[in-house]
Design a protein around this ligand. Structure first.
Ligand code: ZN
Ligand code: FE
Length: 242
């Protein structure tokens, strides 16, 4: 069993510590900033041995060098963005695997938000770390890639099992829900989810992780019936003021 610790940092980022009790190994996924990550690991008596980055944006890599300086950890990041990943030791892309103890994560290439973006999928553990590709009721903005790339990337993630836990890198869910509500008024699963999200956030609790099944049933971007519809929804969301 892997233990996942969710650390809320900056305005709305989530950093994840994943610990394998059997081997004693710990990985950090997308450390925005070093201090809270090191503090959470220390509080549990864990030593960070690895960092896995999903993409180069500073809110996902800002803690790399300081955590490496303190722990001597190994940094793994996307091959397509290796030059922009601080302290990178190992560049990985589609089909590669990374390992935490005996737990294997498959690297899935998911361009769109950035061109070299990776997701990390631990099939045996049913855990997905999609970075800024898939959010609860949303998807990443197209800073570098095309709508066709993001549409295909989301399609790869939607091929994963419904039960997969989706550990998104941001708490964007309330804003995403306001947009989602405008698109599919007849979707009862979406209406129920929005009510749940409102209640959860009112209590100050995270809406992440999600699941692939929940995103399949309610996310306006995974539910787009065609590339044209996806493209229109992504553009509408970019200019949406909810
Ligand atoms: Zn990003
Ligand atoms: Fe981000």
């Amino acid at each position: 069993m892997l233990e996942v610790v969710q650390i809320a940092v900056l305005t709305d980022n989530y950093v994840y510590l994943v610990h394998d009790a059997a081997s004693g190994e710990t990985v950090v996924i997308d450390p925005s900033t070093p201090e809270p990550v090191l503090a959470q690991a220390a509080a549990r008596g864990w030593t960070i041995g690895q960092i896995w980055n999903t993409h180069w944006h500073p809110d996902h890599t800002g803690g790399n060098l300081a955590i490496k300086a303190v722990t001597g950890c190994t940094i793994t990041g996307p091959a397509g963005e290796a030059a922009r990943i601080p302290g990178i030791d190992r560049a990985v892309g589609d089909g590669d695997t990374v390992q935490l103890g005996d737990h294997i994560a498959q690297v899935i290439d998911v361009p769109g938000h950035t061109l070299g973006h990776n997701a990390y999928w631990l099939a045996a553990d049913d855990l997905l770390f999609p970075g800024d590709t898939l959010f609860a009721l949303g998807c990443g903005r197209l800073f570098e890639g095309t709508p066709a790339q993001m549409h295909a990337s989301l399609g790869k993630l939607m091929a994963l099992p419904d039960t997969a836990q989706v550990y998104c890198a941001h708490e964007y869910t309330e804003a995403n829900a306001r947009f989602a509500a405008t698109g599919e008024p007849g979707n009862t699963a979406l209406a129920a989810r929005i009510a749940d999200i409102t209640a959860t956030r009112a209590r100050g609790l995270p809406t992440v992780p999600s699941t692939i099944g929940l995103e399949r049933a309610t996310n306006p971007f995974t539910r787009a019936a065609s590339l044209a519809e996806f493209t229109a929804r992504r553009a509408a969301k970019d200019s949406f003021r909810g």
